[in-house]
Design a protein around this ligand. Sequence first.
Ligand code: UGA
Length: 481
Amino acid sequence: MTNHSQGSNAPVRIAVIGSGYVGLVAAACFAEIGHTVTCVDNDEAKIAALQGGLAPIHEDLLPDLLAHLSGTQLSFSSDLSTAIKEAEAIFIAVGTPSLDTGDADLSYVESVAAEIARSINGYKVIVEKSTVPVYTNEWVKRVLVRNGVHPENFDVVSNPEFLREGTAVSDFLHPDRIVVGADSQRAYELLARIYEPLTSGSYYAGRTSLPGKRSTGNPVPILHTSAKSAELIKHASNAFLALKISFINSVANVCEAVGADIAEVAEGIGRDSRIGPRFLSAGIGYGGSCFPKDLKAFCSVGSQVGVDLKLLHEVETINAKQLSRFLAKIRSTLWTLKGKKLAVLGLAFKGGTDDVRESPAMKIVEALLSGGSSVTAFDPAAMPNAAAIFGDRISLASDPYAAAERADALVILTDWKEFAELDLERLKHLLRYPIIIDGRNLYRPEEVTRHGFTYVSMGRAPASPATDIGQAAAHGSLQRN
Ligand code: UGA
């Protein structure tokens, strides 16, 4: 059912357990909409940094929120027990990484539930914010009861989060919907009170509210579902988005085979309002800390309940093949990898973030290195995280142009906005050969070839200037600049 909350707008005392992407952004945004929030983590160094005003992740708008709210609406602590005692609502936002079996590792959730049981001092609403499989709600309840908590003293609610890294704050404050999976009306009402500034639109009327697609006249709908449905909504949403990406990548491969252009095809498909234009960008496949892990966990839920989610296995297979296809494109453009000096733009799993977890860009760099190429890379935010993995196996540049200097080709791996606005003339003079291999389709082929480049992208035929240097490249007779 869809409701607009009519609950009171009194601030709620909230504890958020876990200061990762979801926990930290949720804590800051709950404070931003008027609640009193303590964000707890057992990583004391991280808490000390947060108390000192440092954001541990690269996330647009987050440093501003932390600067405004820390010490007033928002505090950071490693004292879980006190935070639990003081809170009316406790959001669990700890990690749920993949086990070798593909299942989500719920041991962090379990130990937080046991910790809550030890410190509980009155009725609390415990909210699953981490991405968890169906039935986690039941298990959290069971852990509390086993640890001696009376069922009247708590409710467990599933309130999945749909924010994307890079736009997390804006996604949180201007969401498409808020899903509250609550089997108890009392717990639902507390969650409705928490989100009231967004569902009534009152937040958007404030002079200092962060702008976005929502407004007082267009507030956020809240969906009240069962706890199990909410858990499934999260897994099914991520699975569907991943499916959309593998679908468009498959269509891109057909486009290449027949000489069509995936950008035109995606636009034509996306104009159908039943399909929609978003998540139809062909590329080197999806990565990140969510889709790969959540797909595996959802398939595992399926097999546990006797449903073979074959479709999603195929989505994973297509995604993995997309990387090999891109590597094959690099090889067919450069002929051999050994001894090549390559300029790589992008290491993060997508633009706008410093996150390199399951990053297709990192996998491609690894493959280029194993093939004997040397790599000089630039990423606006992810270089420290990449350096921690590659060490001195790659060189890091101070900007895209420094990366391009004397390189045999430029390889674009992440869709940072700034990579779509490069000075192509300047690049051409820096590179040894005017070749761009673009895994993210950031340019229109005619624009790049006009500057004399050979341009290889996804779901489109390779494009070369009139001098046809691409053909020359394929046959090993490159002309040096
Ligand atoms: C994803 C979901 O989009 C969020 O709704 C969800 O809350 C989040 O996971 C989560 O479960 O926590 P995120 O992983 O931050 O968010 O990033 P996305 O923007 O979804 O991108 C995921 C991957 O798909 C990236 O590698 C991106 O480059 C790729 N992608 C995305 C494409 O290849 N094509 C597209 O059209 C869109």
